[in-house]
Ligand binder design. Structure first.
Ligand code: FAD
Length: 414
């Protein structure tokens, strides 16, 4: 290996990769961050921008079982699935369902709570350092039900309270007082008071990448072709050459499994695809915070370019053609909550990268020295990116991460 090799190459400039690269730099190591696009242009661009304090109970929690019959019809806005995909991926489906047991809830909630807590702290610190503090709103996140769902809301509140996560149960009048611009369609609300949100997740990632460059990290735009182990480190083959490094961090989000396959790792990564559409806001009807319509199965959130409506989950191949059925179905419901104008730009599609236990992989690859895995952050990757990255940087530097990473060990699947 040449002497001018870098300490760490981070693959992927989504929120996870940018966070890993910045944390590596903060520890005094040299770093090159590589992506074929500008930082924050893929999944970390199109999400709903919620920095969620309370997303400790993954989609495959025990309530999935009672919802399953309605999902089997494949007509529900919350979850659609491709039969051919399910037939080709029975292992993932069965393992995902097996994790929806009551006995698997608390340990995963505890692990996610540690990751989320550490990450929110970093986001709140970094967004100021990066000169992007105007993008964060500390107005919470409202989950709201059209039905008389007080019992469900109370159950959710009790689980959050077990972990010290604050929330407020609201009735129709209290929801109207909180969000005066919306039509009073919701009977029950649960306000996650410690949750924040941003008005442009893509621009927040870009601001963090700029902060990385300001500290001497190199941001390189190139297509990554392969990673090759060498005697004393790694060679990363990119479209315009190769980069030699002591350590490689795979933070390619939904593309992470592809690069690992030639090394013999078969990662059980699935793609919970989702869509967003943005609409011109009515200046007289401004939303103050993201609202999750629990019965309608969509989320709407005020963004820099308009009201962003995001859809539920579509389980299929990552690159299968788009189907706009879910986002089309929820648009009239969203319009019935808050008045907004025509669409702005194209409908966007992305993939939430998800492992069968809905926990990310954060740690060393089991059979290769100097290879680190940081992906699989499912529905909460924008929230959990910073702590995922900082934990990887700590481990590379031989220091303990700031939260317990045991449950995220890649060796549980590889
Ligand atoms: C509809 C929707 C709503 C969501 N809402 C939220 C939310 O409100 N809050 C939240 O916390 N999370 C949310 N998420 C989840 C979150 O967006 C993801 O978990 C997170 O963005 C994943 O980040 P990442 O860095 O792992 O991946 P990405 O952001 O996808 O980054 C991976 C990068 O790898 C690059 N790449 C891939 N292959 C190559 C290659 N061969 N060569 C070079 N570069 C390559 C890509 O260009 C990309 O930039 C949502 C997701 C969706 C789909």
């Amino acid at each position: 290996m040449s002497d001018n090799r870098t300490d760490v190459v981070v693959l992927g400039a989504g929120i996870v990769g940018v966070s890993a690269a910045f944390s590596v730099r903060q520890r005094g190591m040299s770093v090159v961050l590589v992506d074929r696009r500008e930082p924050g242009s893929e999944t970390s661009y199109g999400n709903a921008g919620v920095l969620s304090s309370g997303s400790i109970s993954p989609l495959n929690n025990p309530s999935l079982w009672s919802a399953l019959p309605k999902y089997l019809t494949n007509q529900h806005a919350a979850l659609r699935w491709n039969i051919g995909w399910a037939a080709r991926n029975p292992d993932w489906v069965l393992r995902f369902l097996a994790n929806a047991r009551e006995s698997r809830l608390r340990s995963r909630a505890t692990a996610l709570h540690g990751l989320i807590g550490a990450s929110l702290k970093l986001h709140r610190e970094w967004i100021v350092k990066a000169g992007a503090a105007q993008r964060i709103r500390e107005t919470g996140w409202l989950k709201a039900w059209r039905s008389d769902a007080v019992a469900s809301a109370r159950l959710e509140q009790a689980l959050l309270a077990e972990y010290g996560i604050e929330s407020q149960l609201l009735d129709r009048q209290e929801i109207s007082a909180l969000e005066p611009s919306i039509v009073p369609v919701y009977k029950v609300g649960l306000l996650h008071t410690q949750t924040a949100s941003v008005d442009s997740p893509g621009n927040v990632v870009k601001a963090y990448a700029k902060m990385l460059a300001g500290t001497g990290g190199e941001v390189r735009q190139s297509d990554i072709k392969a990673i090759v182990p060498e005697a004393d480190g790694w060679r990363v083959e990119v479209a315009d050459g190769a980069i030699a490094a002591r350590h490689v961090v795979v933070a390619l989000g939904p593309w992470s499994s592809d690069i690992l396959r030639p090394l013999g790792y078969r990662v059980p990564l699935a793609f919970e695809r989702g869509y967003h559409r943005e609409y011109k806001p009515n200046p007289a009807r401004i939303l103050r915070r993201p609202i999750h319509d629990a019965d309608g199965s969509f989320l709407m959130t005020p963004m820099e370019n308009g009201v962003r409506v995001t859809s539920g989950v579509e389980l299929t191949d990552r690159d299968a053609p788009s189907s706009f059925a879910q986002i089309d179905a929820v648009e009239p419901m969203a319009r019935g909550v808050v008045e907004f104008g025509e669409t702005v730009g194209e409908t966007w599609r992305g993939s939430r990268p998800t492992l069968p236990d809905s926990l990310p992989m954060i740690g060393p690859a089991p059979r290769h020295q100097g290879l680190w895995l940081a992906f699989g952050n499912q529905h909460i990757g924008f929230t959990t990116g910073p702590a995922t990255g900082s934990a990887i940087a700590a481990m590379i530097g031989g220091a303990p991460p700031s939260f317990d990473v045991t449950a995220f060990a890649p060796s549980r699947y590889l």
